[in-house]
Design a protein around this ligand. Structure first.
Ligand code: TXA
Ligand code: MG
Length: 337
């Protein structure tokens, strides 16, 4: 299959392809998505094949405004309206009761569905023109770092999907926060672009699913099925070092072998002579870290490093999402100093 690279002006072509049941890479403000018509079970099934994604991992439906919620969901609680008003369009996914018409391929057979209204205007224009909710996981091959540019998407999906729309680099850089509104109090299933602190400021109490903080118990079924897989991983094994910036830098400088890769804060970039250094951004700039994270992880794949060591950011604001992705990229190989 030849994968067309479309521009942000080609929204009509992208919408037509979606309506025909094709797979299209779409830009969002978080990461690029691998989109299909979310009302067409056969089209949605092709997503799992293209990504190599396990069938039990449900997809998020993307809509252009909160008015479409009723096309996807039923028994919508008041909190959904409040969150939509405050955070949409933006990096927040709500888990709600699904409508019967939503294909099982989208929800992996669950009676709930994740719904999000992305902030990228090109994305919303494509969905509106297609006039169907668009099911889309992140556009990486399963297990790999998520794509934050059209080039990343082409790297993983060239020859596997019909088209990619180039909407420029993603402005947020980590996936949406996922909050389950089918229970009370609401539960955060995945930290992401909207900080937990902001959700609590609006909703009051928000619990954090145990699978967010640690490795999911392999025997238990996590509430966001995607949380049980190793994820976001570069090719070389990654060791994550947690602590204060100067301590983690000193630890890595002392312990990381020659010629390995180091993912560090910009302030410490000169501390690792002889290593392949990639900057995650400023130590106290979580938004910048989020924006750079996946591109930085992918950058090591273009080198011959046999292992990667990374400084862990602080778990505040969007930093919580960055740490969550690094934990998973390391397969929970974490050292505290
Ligand atoms: O920012 C994002 O959310 C990106 C862009 C493309 O919108 N999408 C994304 O999708 O990250 P994906 O498929 O890579 O991650 C979706 C996560 C998975 O962990 C999945 O298990 C969880 O959402 N999920 C989806 N539907 C769910 C449901 N009904 N209940 C619980 N978890 C759900
Ligand atoms: Mg993903």
């Amino acid at each position: 299959m030849k994968t067309l690279l479309l521009t942000a002006g080609d929204t009509d072509t992208a919408a037509r392809l979606l309506r025909e049941g094709s797979l299209v890479g779409i830009p969002t403000e978080t990461v690029y998505g691998l989109g299909a018509d979310g009302t067409n079970g056969q089209a949605v099934e092709k997503i799992f094949k293209a990504k190599g994604r396990p069938q039990d991992n449900p997809l998020i439906l993307h809509i252009p405004d909160a008015g479409w919620l009723e096309r996807c969901c039923r028994d919508i609680p008041a909190e959904a309206g409040i969150l939509a008003e405050r955070f949409w369009p933006g990096p927040l996914t709500m888990i709600l009761k699904r409508r019967e018409e939503i294909p099982d391929a989208v929800t992996a057979g669950l009676d709930t569905v994740g719904v999000r209204c992305p902030a990228h205007p090109v994305c919303r224009e494509i969905i509106r023109a297609a006039d169907v909710p668009v099911a889309a996981p992140s556009g990486n091959l399963s297990g790999r770092p998520s794509p934050t540019t059209a080039a990343h998407m082409m790297r993983d999906m060239d020859g596997r999907i019909d088209a990619v729309v180039d909407g420029g680099p993603c402005q947020v850089g980590v996936e949406s926060s996922i909050v389950d509104l089918t229970c009370s109090p609401p539960v955060l299933l995945r930290p992401g672009g909207i900080p937990l602190e902001s959700l609590r400021a609006v909703l009051g109490e928000v619990l954090v699913d145990p699978a967010v903080e640690g490795q999911a118990d392999p025997g238990a079924a996590p509430r966001a099925p995607g949380m049980k897989y190793r994820h976001y991983a570069p090719r070389a094994p990654l060791t994550l070092v947690c602590g204060r910036g100067e301590d983690t830098a000193a630890y890595i400088a002392a312990h990381a072998p020659e010629k390995c890769g180091v993912l560090c804060f910009r302030e410490f970039a000169d501390c690792f002579p002889g290593r392949q250094v990639v900057s995650l951004g400023g130590e106290n700039e979580p938004e910048e870290q989020a924006r750079r994270l996946f591109d930085a992880l992918r950058a090591f794949d273009d080198t011959d490093v046999g292992e990667i060591w990374a400084q862990s950011p602080q778990e505040q604001g969007v930093g919580r999402a960055v740490v969550n992705r690094l934990n998973r990229a390391s397969g929970f190989h974490v050292i505290r100093v």
